[in-house]
Design a protein around this ligand. Structure first.
Ligand code: NAP
Ligand code: SF4
Length: 675
């Protein structure tokens, strides 16, 4: 008997069945865009099929050139392209999986001149104004969807997913925000939604009855003048009647100012909308967004809120997610922490997608952890992200590994991050490595500050220094004042702070600390509080389900400072930075740039501006928190090298300036693969 009986239950679709309830949601990897990456894409999907996924959905392929996301991006418009896809479908079928191709027309989100939409209304996140499609153009585009689906069938796909959400082409027709047409594709609600059913109908006619058609339906659009609930329900009924096999649910437009995927969004936050759709159609309905662990998925299925669960990023983080759930090895799941750093941030920078936690994602053909032919002995010093990834990867390859950590627990910077409100998911990574240390057989020595002599005497073949960083202490007169704390003393050690606080340094950690100081409790663990913070309403008649946010009052008065004059939070993640900037603004954090730090005394932090040190000001405060970057800790390097020990530096110990978990874990994994 499985711990997750509903999750592992097959789903009968009539003409075919899915082996369980897990759908790999569409995630554009960048590998789709170039023919020469087809084999990499095949290996990437095959690994997920081998890991037990029921139905895989590819990244988006445009049905014609005007639907491109980017110039010369992925499209499926001819047989030559379709032939290439056979490598992908074959590889997935060989692992017992099923795969559907996503048809995605970007509409006004197409990042190029010459894009088209329902009306000529520019998206706030795209400099290119689309042209309104003519009525003939709409008909042709619908035919292009049908042709694309036919080609997908020819390529061996088990089905297609028609992207109808996230503010893309179809979604642009559905809402008055972007559809001002006067013909039969605009005006009334019935006219606006006509295109969705028409596409499904023609795709069904072109592909026959035994082909999976998933329609990705936008639930809450989270933009003003989006759909009402009645309109969404009507689209669901229409696409069912038109021949859709499954409705996959989708949340929020790309231009929405409500976060839908970042780590501070509560788990399964949007399932109530999915449950409502399930109540009005008889075809299977799939839940999505911020579902990253089997318990959450099983609860949704048990309640009957959905028939299927879509996971996209969680399957980048762990391709064996399903098999681990099936075998009750949940504690071995490398849980997606919804950081977006190596997946969506990459996608939006036109870089290939991978995963911060699993750098092998998208690089399956290149980064392999093969069993070693010659077992050797390694010491890894430091159990932060870099050391943990190196130690576990080396042990998985069959090496003997001693992992030394001076603290009484593992995690390093993740042990700090997990305490920030909205970053609770980072705890999962520590749980994962705690378990993998046992499974892989790493010998962990906690509360052991390894000395050079100890490492020399240990006669290790090689030593990996992942000793991390220490907070930088800037040279400011009065820096020794008792009101000054480092971010580690505040967040990790829980040192008390007063009601008025100045934060020196506005990098990622300065923003995290500002949230830590101003946010009371953990709103991301409480859906109702979170909805209030971001202005999400349940009122079915409010278009787009957005209302005025009502942030809870700040717990403290915080002033965030930086020396540079550029805008605050510029270096934060592409897809998560705006959330941090908005959260800090909502809490009334004062942001002062272009400052000189003059001194710290009983009154507070004295600053001035410009080269001439003008406009002196005192930030009266109870505490000053240092978030001024880090310095590498690498004192062991020199004595070890002098003694002739082979030493490798990874993570923050190697490069403090880019203290970055993505780089640290990749460096640890790549080193382990090479040794
Ligand atoms: P950071 O991004 O380098 O920011 C440190 C800030 O301290 C700088 O912006 C700098 O601003 C200031 N600073 C540097 N030297 C200083 C000095 N001597 N005196 C006073 N101020 C000084 O470093 P971080 O905030 O520690 O973050 C480290 C890394 O962690 C980031 O690169 C990121 O990868 C990761 N991280 C990201 C996030 C996120 O995206 N939400 C959160 C946490 C951590 P000025 O020179 O302008 O004063
Ligand atoms: Fe999840 Fe972060 Fe990996 Fe993306 S990079 S899949 S958000 S853990």
């Amino acid at each position: 008997m499985s711990s997750y009986p509903h999750l592992v239950e097959p789903l009968d679709l009539g003409f075919t069945s899915l082996r369980n309830r897990v759908v790999m949601g569409s995630m554009h990897t960048g590998l789709e865009d170039r023919a020469w990456n087809t084999n990499k894409l095949a290996a990437y999907f095959a690994e997920r099929a081998k890991g037990g996924v029921g139905l895989i959905i590819t990244g988006g392929y445009a049905p014609n050139r005007t639907g491109w996301l980017l110039p010369f991006g992925a499209k499926l418009t001819n047989k030559t392209e379709a032939y290439r896809h056979r490598a992908i479908t074959k590889a997935v079928h060989a692992e017992g999986g099923k795969i559907a191709l996503q048809i995605l027309h970007a509409g006004r989100y197409s990042y190029m001149p010459g894009s088209v939409s329902a009306s000529s209304i520019k998206a706030p996140i795209n400099p290119f104004r689309p042209r309104a499609l003519s009525s003939k153009g709409v008909e042709q585009t619908i035919d292009d969807y049908a042709r694309c689906a036919q080609l997908a069938k020819f390529a061996g796909y088990d089905g297609v997913e028609i992207m109808g959400g996230e503010g893309y082409f179809i979604n642009q027709f559905l809402v008055p925000r972007t559809n001002k047409r006067k013909d039969k594709w605009g005006g009334s609600s019935e006219n606006r939604r006509r295109i969705a059913a028409e596409i499904v109908e023609r795709v069904r006619a072109a592909t026959g009855p035994d082909f999976i058609i998933v329609f990705r339906l936008s639930m809450a659009d989270f933009v003003e003048n989006g759909q009402t609930w009645d309109e969404i329900a009507a689209v669901a009924r229409d696409v069912e009647a038109a021949g859709a096999t499954i409705i996959n649910t989708d949340i929020g437009w790309h231009e929405a100012r409500v976060p839908t995927i970042v780590t501070s969004v509560p788990r399964a936050a949007f399932v109530e909308w999915t449950a409502k759709v399930k109540g009005i159609v008889s075809i299977p309905v799939c839940a999505s967004n911020r579902i990253n662990m089997p318990e959450t998925a099983e609860e949704i299925l048990t309640r009957g809120d959905a028939d299927l669960i879509s996971l996209a990023r969680p399957l980048l983080a762990d391709p064996d997610w399903v098999v681990k759930a099936q075998e009750a090895r949940t504690d071995e799941i490398n849980t997606c922490i919804a950081c977006n750093q190596a997946c969506l941030d990459h996608a939006f920078q036109a870089k290939h997608v991978s995963c911060l936690l699993n750098p092998r994602a998208g690089r399956e053909t290149e980064l392999k952890l093969l069993p070693t032919r010659r077992t050797r002995r390694f010491a890894v010093v430091g159990a932060g992200p870099a050391g943990l990834s190196a130690a576990v990867s080396l042990a998985q390859r069959g090496h003997h590994v001693d992992l030394y950590e001076s603290d009484d627990k593992i995690g390093g910077q993740f042990d700090i991050a997990r305490r920030i409100p909205g970053k609770e998911e980072f705890t999962e990574t520590i749980r994962y490595y705690t378990r993998m240390i046992e499974v892989a057989g790493v010998r962990l020595h906690l509360e052991t500050r390894a000395t050079a002599q100890q490492l020399i005497d240990g006669n290790y073949d090689e030593v990996i220094l992942a000793t991390g960083v220490r907070p930088r202490i800037p040279k400011i007169p009065g820096i020794d004042h008792p009101k000054v704390l480092t971010y580690a003393e505040l967040v990790r050690d829980g040192k008390p702070v007063g009601k008025k606080v100045a934060v020196i340094g506005a990098g990622g950690i300065g923003f995290d600390v500002s949230e830590f100081l101003t946010v009371e409790g953990h709103p991301s663990l409480k859906l109702d509080e979170w909805k209030e913070e971001w202005g999400v309403t349940d009122d079915e008649n409010v278009r787009g389900f957005v209302t005025t946010p009502k942030p809870s009052p700040a717990a403290r008065d915080v002033v965030l400072l930086q020396r540079k004059t550029s805008s605050f939070g510029k270096g934060l993640g592409k897809t998560s930075g705006w959330v941090h900037r908005a959260a800090v603004k909502a809490k009334g954090v004062e942001q002062i740039g272009g400052v000189n730090y003059e001194r710290i005394d009983d009154r507070g932090l004295h600053i001035s501006f410009g080269e001439k040190r003008e406009r002196p000001r005192v930030i009266e405060c109870d505490n000053v928190i240092l978030c001024a970057g880090q310095e590498s800790v690498r004192e062991l390097e020199e004595p070890l090298r002098t003694a002739g020990v082979r030493v490798h530096l990874i993570g923050g110990a190697d490069l403090a300036a880019e203290l970055d978990a993505k780089r640290a874990i990749e460096q640890g994994t790549r080193l382990a693969a090479a040794l």
